[in-house]
Design a protein around this ligand. Structure first.
Ligand SMILES: NC(=O)c1ccc[n+]([C@@H]2O[C@H](COP(=O)([O-])OP(=O)(O)OC[C@H]3O[C@@H](n4cnc5c(N)ncnc54)[C@H](O)[C@@H]3O)[C@@H](O)[C@H]2O)c1
Length: 364
């Protein structure tokens, strides 16, 4: 079975997200309906290339006469201007026209990098995302943000650029590491917190049975998560306001990633702890919610906060210098209730200090 979500975009083309197991028939049908050119570019993550390229090449070769492939070295360090330049060179030197499609196949790193190259070569060539990690399926392939990192910070260069389509083929998840599943799970739980609390129960039962295996039940949860992101983004495509709800737990989480030295904690782990801190702060401000909702997942995130960041004050400093700070105020995303987020500009730092203390107790 496959799921589809229509994505309306103001002033730009609409597109569809397809989610399902082995959906190559849809990809090929879409390609033959959309692209007269029989040349296609593939920009693909190194691991996905190693594990899946035979099939990808066979499938795309059933429609395209020529498929030119660029392999992106694995990891966040590839999201840089050198890789971007190389991909643009690869596109231009291989005879790209304005209508030549580019398939970005990989996790968020490949999607962001290849998406930015597609947005800039020839002022934009058609982009199709094939996300291959859980995080990319529920988050990074949706919403049109593309880009690369700069020495000054992450994701500081980029463009809003919408794809022609997204195909999330859950078959790819069959080769994904457990750690990467858990990384994406944090974002799924975030959708539970900000929109659909029943996701907590569904996810808790899926990690028990079947575990991290791409079944139809996982495809449904991915589709539900993707739809929540679509609905939040469609109200705020260029991130003027409510799109910030997607940052639930992230202001705390980013500080943790920064202060522990990137690489010592995964983004997903940091966001999970950040959501527990944000839930505590929400309760302190009067919300009648229980952070016990996160309990069934806690053992997946075995972190010792005191070891990771001994100086708690460093976390507050990091939060104050976050790029999302406005007029010197830290803006937290908090909950009135499960499924009901709001933006809270903090006057002082007491609430944040208390929230960190709670997180340190939980992760000790
Ligand atoms: N554009 C957005 O809106 C947005 C949103 C969230 C995150 N992001 C970005 O996404 C990036 C993180 O994405 P990610 O977590 O997918 O990381 P990633 O792209 O680095 O992929 C994680 C790991 O999984 C491997 N991999 C990918 N697919 C696989 C598969 N099917 N089987 C086996 N291994 C596979 C990769 O080689 C890599 O080692 C960050 O750069 C972040 O900034 C962007």
């Amino acid at each position: 079975m496959s799921h589809t979500i229509e994505v309306p975009i103001n002033y730009q083309k609409n597109y569809t997200i397809h989610i399902g197991n082995d959906i190559w028939d849809h990809i090929i049908e879409f390609s033959s309906d959309s692209y007269a050119q029989r040349l296609a570019f593939v920009v693909i993550d190194e691991q996905v290339h190693r594990l899946h390229f035979d099939k990808i090449s066979r499938e795309l070769g059933s429609y395209f006469d020529r498929v030119e492939t660029y392999v992106v070295p694995e990891g966040e360090q590839s999201k840089n201007s050198r890789q971007w330049q190389r991909i643009v060179d690869f596109i231009l030197k291989n005879g790209a026209e304005r209508g030549t499609p580019l398939f970005a196949i990989g996790g968020g790193v490949t999607g962001d990098l290849a998406g930015f190259a597609a947005s800039s070569a020839l002022r934009g060539i058609p982009l199709i995302h094939l996300p291959t990690t859980l995080l990319a399926m529920v988050d990074s392939s949706i919403g049109g943000k593309t880009g690369i990192n700069h020495d000054v910070g992450k994701n500081l260069i980029g463009a809003f650029y919408q794809p022609d389509a997204v195909f999330a083929d859950t078959q790819f998840l069959g080769t994904l590491d457990r750690g990467e599943w858990i990384n994406g799970l944090s974002e799924v739980l975030k959708y539970g917190a900000i929109r659909a609390p029943e996701i907590f129960d569904t996810a808790a039962s899926l990690i028990e049975d079947p575990g991290f295996k791409p079944t139809e039940a996982w495809a449904e949860l991915i589709a539900q998560s993707a739809e929540i992101k679509v609905r939040v983004v469609e109200k705020d495509t260029l991130e003027a306001g409510t799109r910030a709800f997607l940052n639930y737990g992230h202001t705390f989480g980013h500080a943790l990633e920064k202060r522990s030295g990137y690489g010592n904690i995964s983004h997903g782990q940091a966001v999970f702890i950040g959501m527990i801190a944000a839930t505590y702060a929400s309760v302190k401000l009067g919300a009648d919610i229980e952070s016990a909702r996160f309990e069934p997942f806690k053992s997946l995130y075995p972190i010792q906060l005191q070891e990771l960041v001994p100086e708690r004050s460093a976390l507050i400093t990091a939060m104050k210098t976050d790029k999302k700070v406005q007029d010197g105020q830290i803006r937290l995303i908090l909950l009135d209730d499960w499924g009901s987020p709001y933006i809270y500009p903090c006057e002082g730092t007491q609430l944040i200090e208390d929230a960190w203390s709670h997180a340190y107790e939980k992760f000790s």
